[in-house]
Design a protein. Structure first.
Length: 325
């Protein structure tokens, strides 16, 4: 599986005490390295309860590499940490298969990891996952996240469900609704609750790198919409003098989120603060670059929606409306 992730700079060979990567062979001349680490959170509990482990590895990779690409960095390699009470080979194989698939989608090499069997700390075959990834960009090419200006357009890239955030609340709503993970999903006809909730996180690496190149400096910021939603993630890439105005009528919130809101009695403000609500990545783009950026994203399979604009700030850094303002 690791061999399937070979890329320039890494042969993805395993077995040593450390993994190697050759930046020169990867084509970099004066690179700056960018590192990220993350996990999958309590989505793991859904995978364990549903006995479906094949895509959770994609989530693990996605949570790391999406955080790299928002800084303009190309993910180079990935390592995983898999801890369990008792190793069950079929489960471990499914997890690593998903990790390898995520690495292929991101174009990074799986160069190592750690498998730890810790009976007493983990119950039976219950497990935890963590991921670590390093990327690079040529010096001066990184996105600083502070270049947004009034008049910039905010493009939303659609998500693939909950991705890997908000599962503690989602699991509580499922439990309070009296549903099991093998029951039919009321928000996804023809699928079980477990199947629908385990849709893997989209990996935006190739599309966003292509958009950055196509924009020729016109991408002023990227925000990976994880825990905190648009409300808390967009301000991370906004300078203090501007605000993001989001038009909530510009996209249809997917049924899983509306079901969670109705079944769980979740207010709109809290829903937007907890979940991605259908937007997994937000891109702040200069008006004259929107056409080229949109074309590049769509050529890489993204659904792109203009969801708002950047204005001068006089109130909160993210403001919502039910129509264009």
């Amino acid at each position: 599986m690791a061999k399937s992730t070979i890329r320039p700079g890494a042969d993805a060979a395993l077995g040593g005490f450390g993994g190697l990567f050759d930046l020169k062979a990867a084509g970099f001349k004066d690179p700056v390295l960018v590192a990220a680490t993350d996990g999958v959170g309590t989505k793991l509990m859904v995978a364990i309860a549903a006995n479906h482990h094949g895509t959770i590895g994609i989530d693990l990779v996605a949570m790391c590499v999406n955080d790299l690409v928002v800084q303009g960095a190309e993910p180079l390699f990935f390592l995983d940490y898999f801890a369990t009470g008792k190793i069950e080979p079929p489960i471990a194989e499914s997890i690593v298969d998903g990790i390898a698939e995520g690495c292929r989608q991101a174009g990074c090499a799986l160069i190592g990891g750690e498998t730890a069997e810790m009976p007493g700390l983990y119950d039976g075959s219950h497990y935890d996952l963590a991921g670590f990834s390093v990327g690079a960009a040529e010096r001066g090419a990184l996105l600083g996240g502070r270049d947004a200006e009034p008049g910039d357009v905010i493009l939303g890239l659609t998500s693939n469900g909950l991705h890997s955030n908000g599962y503690s609340l989602a699991r509580k709503v499922v439990e309070d609704s009296g549903l099991n993970y093998d029951d039919d999903a009321p928000f996804a006809p023809g699928r079980t609750v477990g199947e629908a909730l385990l849709d893997p996180t989209r990996i935006y690496v190739r599309s966003c790198l292509a958009a950055i190149r196509a924009a020729d400096g016109g991408v002023h910021g990227l925000a990976h919409i994880t825990g905190g939603g648009l409300t808390e993630n967009l301000p991370r890439v906004l300078p203090d003098h501007v605000a993001a105005h989001i038009d909530l009528t510009s996209w249809d919130i997917p049924p899983v989120f509306t079901w969670l809101a109705e079944a769980g009695g979740i207010e709109a403000r809290e829903l937007m603060r907890t979940f991605n609500c259908g937007i997994g990545m937000a891109m702040i783009v200069a008006p004259d670059a929107v056409s080229n950026v949109t074309r590049a994203l769509e050529e890489h399979g993204e659904t792109v929606i203009p969801i708002g604009a950047v204005h001068s700030r006089n109130e909160e850094p993210v403001q919502y409306s039910d129509g264009a303002t």
